[in-house]
Design a protein around this ligand. Structure first.
Ligand SMILES: Nc1ncnc2c1ncn2[C@@H]1O[C@H](COP(=O)(O)OP(=O)(O)OP(=O)(O)O)[C@@H](O)[C@H]1O
Ligand SMILES: [Mg+2]
Length: 241
């Protein structure tokens, strides 16, 4: 029951943002997706969630071709995401941010509120429930965005730079949360992060993109040993071993 890109290409006009990209996220697994700015990471997430249709190749959910499903249908099928910018409903408090998402997914209001409360308890953010989303500190905003994505019990969660701007201790807390999401809820996660240390601490499996192509795929040791990865990050092919 995996979520996958199968040889996906995405072209914007004449520009090839993704080229022959394959990656798979299994239930309960956290896959890391790293790469320099403009590598195509967000485009992968957009394609996996129905925000972007692949030009070539397929998006697979449990082996089924879902390439033509739009974003709301992908969400209902159990593929949730967060955005690089929080995108909470600014005029609503935290409880309503979660509950409205549940209602949008077809839950009755009371049921959605109940699920929202249980989720806030599980994440340890219940104290935030009456706070306006617009005034939240950055790290709380990120947590609420994750809580909102967890409404409706998705099977997959795609996190687009959730630790951006966080301190090391805050990022470590976030890493612990992501591990719990995978292990306790069985959700398959795709973690996009510029903080490579964070990715390597959470993910057994890491995909490295550069220029729209997968340049490396493997475990922590393989990524650390990869000359291609170092070259991509340092911007030179002449990296000493
Ligand atoms: N809608 C679009 N139209 C045209 N070009 C786009 C579009 N979306 C993305 N691109 C281009 O595709 C490439 C990949 O973009 P993408 O946002 O996926 O990169 P990224 O790896 O997420 O980068 P960052 O680390 O900066 O978030 C970039 O060159 C970007 O300018
Ligand atoms: Mg991005």
């Amino acid at each position: 029951m995996a979520l996958a890109l199968d040889r996906v290409g995405v072209a914007f006009g004449g520009f090839q943002a993704l080229n022959d990209v394959s990656l798979t996220v299994a239930p309960g697994q956290v896959v890391g997706l790293i790469g320099p700015n403009g590598a195509g990471k967000t485009t992968c997430v957009n394609t996996l969630t129905g925000f972007q249709r692949p030009s070539t190749g397929r998006v697979l959910l449990g082996g089924r071709d879902v390439s033509r499903l739009a974003a709301p249908a992908m969400r209902r099928a159990g593929v949730a995401r967060t955005f690089q910018a929080g995108r909470l409903f600014a005029g609503l408090d935290v409880l309503d941010n979660l509950a409205c998402t549940g209602v949008g997914l077809g839950l009755r209001r009371a049921r959605a509120e109940h699920e929202a409360e249980a989720l806030m308890d599980w994440m340890g953010i219940r104290a935030l429930q009456s706070r306006g989303a617009a005034g939240l500190p950055y790290t709380d905003e990120r947590r609420v965005a994750i809580a909102r994505a967890l409404m409706g019990a998705p099977r997959f969660l795609l996190l687009d730079e959730p630790a951006a701007g966080m301190s090391d201790p805050e990022a470590a807390d976030l890493a612990a949360l992501i591990r719990r999401i995978a292990t306790e809820r069985g959700i398959g996660c795709l973690l996009i992060e510029h903080n490579v240390g964070l990715v390597l601490s959470v993910c057994a499996d890491v995909v490295v993109l550069d220029g729209g192509q997968v340049i490396e795929h493997g475990d922590r040791a393989a990524i650390l040993a990869s000359r291609a990865v170092r070259a991509a990050y340092l911007g030179t092919a002449e990296v000493a071993a």
